[in-house]
Design a protein around this ligand. Structure first.
Ligand code: ADP
Ligand code: MG
Length: 634
């Protein structure tokens, strides 16, 4: 056994640095938090090559006294804590006194700083944590820290870095979040010489949301404001009809600190239970404020994990505040309920007739949807709607407001516009017919008899051997789609939209999507960069309803953003599963008889057993089992 020795301070620093500084984004986060703690009103982040070669954070905060400059870079050196008692009530973002030490030990770092009101400033250069001399410097009030060649002395760490673009995206995410947490501070992000974010710093959360998350998202929000004694929850949540495909647009702050909290997510989502479509997630920018001593932020070095002393109180506060906001939203427009309540059941006779008519023939444009006020003035009609197969459910859904419309009117009151002439496109090619409806292998055994459909979800069948089968029609259709997509070598057939849709994505999702427009094209989406984290959709997969297109893209982008390093085949399957799901008939939709027949035949042939997520598509009840249930036999 080698002798036991205390590690040299340098090695100890490198080990500690690994915890604080995982990647360029963690450097940006720490430096930005310092700027905020220093009382800055404007902060600029500039980066090159994903922050690996150059990352600068400049603020107009209080500055550092020249004689304290070397101290700031020592481990456990902080101006924010004095005694152990202070730990119980932390009001600044930093407090561990580790960041500057850690960052400087794994980079080449320059700091320029001038205290407010001071005649001149000072600068210091550190290389691998070793400081040079403090020099006088002419610089503006505030602090500017430049980090170059991150991890130059820790090659092992360097190997784990993702592509520059992924690192840059992660930094953009951090800046976005901090900008949302502090609408009173103006944040600017310059990425490889291009300004990609600039928030006004006018103290309005809505304008920060607008700048950071885009116009479409900002317009989809309901205001939240709740209080319970010393606790408060403020901010915005998306209206139920603007649910997102992922949780990527949920942002929580606790006492101004960005946090990840299952408790807060659960409280938020609980408030949407029965209001939002299945598979949709609310978006939010929610800020919870509570006494400093009722929350522990010192749980994890990155400080994104927190513990609440009174979890139930926090849960209830957020749940009720969000519920109130949603109820206020819903009150004046009670009719705009999402479809998840089973719209078919609530159809009036008139609607039913309209649906039947729509089903039996006219291939004209559907009624014009409400006008879309910006960027697009023409009602949206897709080729799919003009020439595609119409389902009863399609027609019924048209009775509903066009729900997940990508570009929404800013205000609820709808202006009556003269309905335009139906648009006819005589030469419009119809999308490919569903192959499973025509290209079926007739099964050898007598076809299962379809006894009917129950709960608008399960098909009930009887086979030739006196067994009863229950088939989950959505799961079965999902699998059929999945197999079809997967077997296909050519790109997935797409339908061109007459009016493009706009998908507003979260920063990470957007960057991931923008990088893989080629892949999305193979999946049937013709995408264009629309700026401000938005993607313009000119064509969508032919199998996907136009109303589902944006949500589908959101979900695909979410998966791209999360699973960049996964095995490519598995990643492709995962994406195809999303597409298959979106293209499948839904539980709760009324399906026509031919559609059910086609599915049942597929299931009977044994071709589809499990949905792409692994759930079974069919359940068998033998006659004997039924007899047992009824105590006909024992
Ligand atoms: P912590 O933020 O946990 O105190 P850091 O290592 O991040 O530890 O910073 C050490 C100290 O350096 C801070 O406590 C603060 O006094 C000073 N400091 C760091 N960055 C700035 C800045 N941008 N403006 C003013 N002071 C700063
Ligand atoms: Mg700090």
């Amino acid at each position: 056994m080698p002798h036991i020795q205390q590690l040299s301070p340098h090695v100890a620093d490198l080990i500690a640095a690994g915890e604080v500084v995982e990647r360029p984004a963690s450097v940006a986060k720490e430096l930005l938090e310092n700027a905020i703690d220093a009382g800055a009103t404007a902060v600029t982040v500039e980066l090159r090559d994903g922050g690996m070669t150059y990352l600068r954070v400049s603020d107009d905060g209080c500055g550092i006294a020249p004689d304290e400059l070397p101290t700031a870079f020592l481990r456990h050196a902080t101006s924010k804590l004095r005694t152990a008692n202070d730990l119980a009530a932390i009001g600044t973002l930093g407090f561990r006194g580790e960041a500057l030490a850690a960052i400087s030990s794994v980079s080449r770092l320059d700091v320029f700083t001038r205290q407010r009101g001071a005649e001149s400033g000072a600068t210091l250069h550190l290389e691998g944590g070793v400081p040079g001399e403090v020099q006088p410097a002419g610089c503006p009030e505030g602090t500017s820290i430049i980090v170059r060649d991150l991890f130059f002395n820790t090659p092992a760490r360097l190997k784990f870095m993702k592509r520059d673009s992924a690192e840059a995206t992660a930094i953009a995410g951090i800046v976005n979040h901090l900008a949302l947490s502090r609408p009173d501070i103006s944040f600017k992000l310059i990425r490889d010489n291009a300004e990609t974010l600039h928030t006004p710093g006018d103290a309005s959360l809505r304008s920060a949301v607008y700048a950071a998350l885009g116009r479409e998202f900002a317009l989809s929000l309901a205001e939240v404001s709740g209080r319970d004694g010393a606790l408060s929850a403020e901010g915005y949540v998306t209206r139920p009809l603007n649910g997102r495909g992922t949780r990527g647009m949920q942002t929580f702050f606790v006492n101004g600190r960005l946090v990840k909290s299952q408790l807060l997510t659960a409280a938020l989502e609980e408030a949407y239970a029965n209001r939002i479509m299945k598979g949709k997630f609310p978006g939010c920018v929610l800020s919870v404020t509570l006494p400093l001593d009722t929350v522990d932020v010192n749980v994890h070095p990155a400080k994104t994990v927190i513990k609440f002393v009174n979890e139930k109180q926090v849960f209830d506060l957020v749940y009720h505040a969000v519920t109130d906001a949603l109820e206020r939203e819903a009150a004046p427009q009670e009719t705009a309920k999402p479809a998840q309540t089973g719209f078919y059941r609530s159809m009036t006779a008139e609607q039913f007739r309209a649906a039947q008519e729509a089903k039996s023939a006219p291939r004209t444009a559907p009624p014009a949807p409400a006008p879309r006020p910006f960027r697009t003035a023409v009602p949206a009609v897709s080729l799919g709607e003009l020439g595609g197969r119409l389902r009863v459910s399609d027609a019924v859904r048209r009775e509903e407001p066009r729900v997940p419309c990508a570009v929404r009117p800013p205000e609820p009151p709808r202006i009556e516009v003269p309905r335009p002439e139906p648009i006819r496109i005589p030469t419009a090619p119809a999308p490919a017919p569903e192959p499973e409806q025509t290209a079926l292998m007739p099964p050898e055994a007598p076809a299962w008899r379809i006894a009917g459909e129950v709960l608008d979800t399960y098909i009930v069948c009887e086979d030739g051997e006196r067994n009863v089968w229950l088939i989950d029609k959505h799961a079965a259709h999902e699998r059929v789609n999945f197999d079809r997509f997967r077997a296909q070598e050519t790109p997935i057939m797409s339908q061109t939209l007459l009016t493009p849709l706009v998908a507003q994505l979260g920063a990470a999702e957007y960057a991931a999507a923008a990088e893989r427009f080629d892949l999305l094209e193979r999946f049937g989406f013709a995408c264009e960069d629309f700026g401000g984290n938005a993607v313009l959709l000119r064509a969508i997969p032919a199998d996907i309803d136009e109303t589902e297109a944006v949500a589908t893209l959101e979900e695909l982008a979410g998966k791209l953003a999360r699973g960049q390093d996964a095995d490519p085949a598995a990643a492709r399957d995962d994406l195809l599963a999303t597409l298959s799901c979106k293209a499948a008939i839904k539980g709760g939709w009324k399906s026509d008889a031919r559609e059910l027949r086609a599915l049942v035949d597929k299931v009977q042939s044994g071709e589809v057993e499990y949905c792409p997520h692994g759930r079974p598509v069919k359940v068998k009840l033998t006659e004997r089992e039924l007899e047992k249930m009824f105590k006909r036999i024992v």
